[in-house]
Design a protein around this ligand. Structure first.
Ligand code: GDP
Length: 326
């Protein structure tokens, strides 16, 4: 059984498991994660057929904590094996014994909710605090922080604005002179969202690109209040080498990381063989699998529909509340 902790404001359902397919799975149980909602769901297998086995793969609809503020995009299904779930600390997950599998998983993600989720998830106020050029310059009040980073044009400013529900707050970081800085935004007077420079901007001079790299790495390695990096990856295009390198560097240096897949509303297949966002997501996850001992958390988002907004905030709340207690 998944061990569930009842939390205020959260709802979850118990769904009986129904045998669906017989395959050759790596794991006995597959979890179907409803990412989006459409009348004709498509299952996207995420685990490759493993060695021959007599076991029966059970596919189940797991309950998802979903939020009401985002519009309902079309539905796709994705199958997640238990090993691909992100299970927060102090949250026990075990296989079902009585045929009832229950869990609270954030909609459009692989993230299991823990007893730490909830407190302070809403953004009540947000203010720009400062731009720093070195890690030592950053605020020293000890509040926990989450750093947003991604390729230029990935949708970082749009996401930041969507998280704080302001149209132009993140423009502060786009002002000339601030784009190469570590920009701190204080949320609810109790934690920080940190906007880091976008990488991979082709037009930037080589020396500037190297420098950004140096100082963001220094920040990742030497910022004790950094709870998690949120690495933004554009899900409307195939995986880019530079994003894979970034993810692998974070993985190899054991920097806690959450993958935020952006632009998941861009659903049109391109004529040149382009894939749907959830296919790009699966490809990306497969490509980085070996860099991580356990599956990193990931969430599908769109700043156009607000998909994933509340899920990110809830995930941040559970990471933050755990961090504060330890
Ligand atoms: P940044 O350079 O990473 O800060 O990216 P921006 O937030 O400035 O966005 C870059 C471009 O992508 C802009 O044209 C945005 O309107 C667009 N964009 C950002 N987020 C989304 C999204 O979720 N869906 C779609 N369709 N477009 C987006």
């Amino acid at each position: 059984m998944f061990i569930i902790h009842q939390l205020p404001r959260l709802q979850f359902l118990h769904m009986p498991i129904s045998p669906l397919t017989i395959r050759k799975p790596k794991k006995l149980y597959l979890i179907t994660s409803t990412l989006l909602s459409n009348p004709n769901p498509v299952s996207i297998p995420t685990s490759e057929p493993g060695p021959a086995s007599n076991s029966v793969t059970l596919t189940t609809s797991l309950s998802h904590f979903s939020t009401s503020s985002s519009q309902s995009p079309p539905q796709e299904n994705i199958q997640l094996s238990l090993e691909k779930l992100f299970v927060p600390p102090e949250t026990e997950v075990s296989l079902p014994e009585n045929g009832v599998l229950s869990a609270r998983i954030l909609r459009g993600s692989n993230i299991v909710l823990s007893k730490y989720a909830g407190g302070g998830a809403e953004v009540v106020n947000a203010e720009f605090v400062k731009s720093s050029v070195t890690t030592e310059d950053c605020p020293s009040d000890g509040l926990p922080e989450f750093a947003l980073v991604g390729r230029s044009n990935v949708g970082k400013s749009s996401l930041l604005n969507s998280l704080v529900r302001r149209k132009r707050l993140a423009l502060t970081s786009k002002k000339p002179g601030k784009t190469q800085c570590i920009n701190h935004f204080r949320i609810n007077d109790s934690w920080y969202l940190v906007d880091l420079p976008g990488y991979g901007y082709a037009a930037a001079p080589h020396e500037v690109r190297i420098d950004w790299h140096k100082f963001t790495k220094d920040y990742f390695l030497n910022r004790p209040t950094l709870v998690s990096v949120f690495l933004l990856v554009d899900a409307s295009i195939p995986a880019k080498k530079i994003d894979l390198e970034y993810a692998s560097w974070l993985g190899q240096n054991q920097i806690p990381m959450t993958l935020i897949f952006t632009k998941c509303d861009k659903r049109k297949k391109r004529k040149n063989g382009g894939k749907r966002p959830e296919e790009n997501v699966q490809d990306f996850l497969e490509l980085i699998r070996d860099f991580f001992k356990t599956a990193p958390p990931w969430i599908m988002t769109s700043s156009v529909t607000n998909q994933g907004r509340d899920e990110i905030l809830l995930h941040m709340s559970q990471l933050r509340n755990y961090w504060l207690k330890h």
